[in-house]
Design a protein around this ligand. Structure first.
Ligand code: PEP
Ligand code: MG
Length: 571
């Protein structure tokens, strides 16, 4: 039977394929009874998983970045792994009730969770999260970690991934496989999972609530990533209509390619820089294909995620150098690690009772992990001699963070100088404006930094107090909220007065609905996923920047949100 589900459109286009359901450890563990003769095999599976997790924890403990506190957590997890209350009880469920190993573990975890909830001592109560983490690791090992198998093509149709939720590091795996699109129960439109989908150029719809249970493996699916619709088991007529729509979209895209070599300039001759956001060095190919003016944001955390050992200085140096060499003579903005929130490193996952978006994230994390930060700064500085590098620091909030970052950079430079290693002593250091406090104290930022980049995804999240990954509040995520626009406008104006470059690198920059507004605010540097560059260029070529400046100047005085919205739509 055909039916349609509506969610949040996060990556445009139309995909037609067959469903490939992927499981999420703990949420999707299968429950089944094993045959009596298969019980020893099931127990052996559990033993193997324990050995794998033991190995993982040992590696984490020995990693150079494991600080004393982290080591203590790892030790605790190692103890839990040996605890008869967890493992022996799970073995009991397997032997006596013939449960499969995953189910046995999850059942015992639930028993322990209940017991922890009864404890008065808040410290001990919090240890519940460690039990969950250990079980999660074991279940992942049982499922043959990383739990994600590249799907195969069926009936000539590519696969569409259907999941409860995907982490950004799950999504990055799609870069290596032929996935036509994906749909999830959870997620927000500017979550990093959605951002990676856009960078892959594959249609995606998130926030479908119950899709994982309504769709079966191999069902034929159509994703309309522009309207946020998923059609399950379409009949021939619907299928034909969408095939036609897909062909029309492809034609439009190929027409846009003609704009590739045209410089991005407004009708009145204002030159605008259109740069690329990338996650991995190989994404420079997509940036070159559309003749991007440079890289406005290289999210380096993707080099660190989804792996057990962190990249060392050499590996990072090679990655940064390869980006600089791939696009010579163009500015390459490399952001220091923005780990935390929805981009967790293995071994640094937040506890379930924390709010990771407000926690030890981005520059806060780097300043708390000086060794890791120092390694990255050395690698960046060493790479700086191979092109026009700019170092961008995420989520700066206080003057002290700026000073500490600049000191850390000076320290890395002094060390390299002493070692007689070449680097560009004048490499510009810039800051991301993504916290309202930064936008409101912008005058200090422009004095201490050499460029700014406005991260609207986080700026909106923090201004409006809306978790960008939570579909339950995604209807409140509003780039045109007067408070958001005021902060963006102030930041652009402050940078112009201080005569330092300012870019927007959040998703707003790649959405044609905002191009004229941002141009009118005085923005001349837009950074976005390469897939959007030509569409934004088309908007710029049609716009008169001088005229827009006057209109936007008037519009920014409007304090009625509905009228403001109307005026932006008419721009
Ligand atoms: C932003 O916050 O707008 C941004 C570009 O950074 P990220 O999306 O990686 O948090
Ligand atoms: Mg951000």
């Amino acid at each position: 039977m055909t039916f349609a589900l509506h969610g949040l459109p996060v990556s445009h286009g139309i995909a037609i394929g067959t469903a490939h359901l992927i499981s999420h450890a703990l949420l999707d563990v299968h429950h089944y009874v094993v045959a009596p003769r298969a019980v020893p095999k099931e127990l052996a599976r559990l033993d193997e998983a324990m050995a794998t997790v033991q190995g993982e924890l040992n590696t984490l403990r020995q990693s150079p970045s494991a600080q004393a506190e982290v080591a203590a957590f790892i030790e605790l997890q190692q103890m839990l792994l040996q605890d008869p209350l967890l493992v022996e009880a799970a073995r009991g469920h397997i032997s006596e009730r013939r449960c499969n190993a995953e189910w046995a573990l999850v059942q015992q975890m639930e028993v322990l969770e209940e017991q922890f909830d009864q404890i008065d001592d808040p410290y001990l109560r919090e240890r519940k999260a460690d039990v969950v983490q250990v079980v999660e690791r074991l279940v992942k090992a049982l499922l043959g970690h990383p739990g994600y198998a590249p799907p195969k093509k069926r009936d000539g149709l590519p696969s569409i991934v259907v999941a409860h939720d995907l982490s950004p590091s799950d999504t990055i795996h799609f870069k290596d496989s032929q996935i036509a699109g994906f749909v999830t129960d959870g997620g927000g439109a500017t979550s990093h999972t959605a951002i990676v989908a856009r960078s892959l150029g594959i249609p995606a719809v998130v926030g479908l609530h119950n899709v994982r249970h309504l769709v079966n493996d191999d069902d034929v699916l159509i994703i309309d990533g522009t309207r946020g619709v998923l059609i399950v088991a379409p009949d021939d007529r619907v299928l034909e209509e969408y095939q036609l729509r897909r062909a029309t979209l492809e034609l439009e895209r190929s027409k846009l390619k003609r704009l590739k070599s045209a410089p991005a300039a407004s009708l009145d001759g204002e030159r605008v820089m259109l740069e690329a956001n990338i996650e991995l060095p190989r994404d420079t190919q997509a940036a070159k294909d559309v003749e991007a003016d440079g890289v406005g944001l290289f999210r380096t955390e993707f080099l660190f995620m989804g792996r057990d050992e962190l990249p060392d200085e050499e590996e990072q140096f090679e990655a940064y150098r390869s980006v600089l060499k791939a696009m010579p003579n163009r500015p390459i903005t490399i952001r220091t690690l923005d780990i935390g929130a929805d981009k967790a490193l293995r071994g640094f996952e937040p506890r379930s009772d924390q709010n990771p978006a407000l926690g030890l994230r981005a520059i806060r994390f780097c300043l708390a992990e000086p060794r890791m930060f120092h390694t990255q700064l050395r690698a960046l500085l060493r790479a700086s001699q191979f092109g026009r590098l700019r170092i961008l620091v995420p989520m700066l909030t206080t003057a002290a963070e700026i000073e500490q970052t600049l000191v850390a950079i000076e320290r890395a430079k002094a060390e390299l100088r002493a070692e007689k290693v070449k680097f560009d002593d004048k490499v510009p250091v810039g800051g991301m404006i993504e916290v309202p406090a930064a936008a409101l104290s912008i005058s200090h930022f422009v004095r201490r930094l050499q460029f700014l980049s406005i991260g609207t995804n986080d700026l909106i999240q923090y201004t409006l107090a809306i978790d960008r990954t939570d579909e339950a509040v995604s209807h409140l995520y509003d780039p045109w909220h007067p408070a958001v626009l005021m902060l963006i406008h102030r930041s652009i104006q402050a940078a112009a007065r201080a005569e330092i470059p300012v870019a927007v690198c959040g998703e707003m920059a790649g959405d044609p609905k905002n191009t004229r507004l941002l141009l009118g605010m005085g923005l001349r540097e837009f950074s976005m996923h390469p897939a959007h560059i030509l569409e934004i260029k088309r908007e710029i070529l049609r716009s008169d920047a001088g005229e827009l400046a006057l209109k936007v100047g008037r519009l920014m005085k409007q304090d009625d949100p509905a009228r403001l919205r109307e005026a932006i739509e008419k721009l």
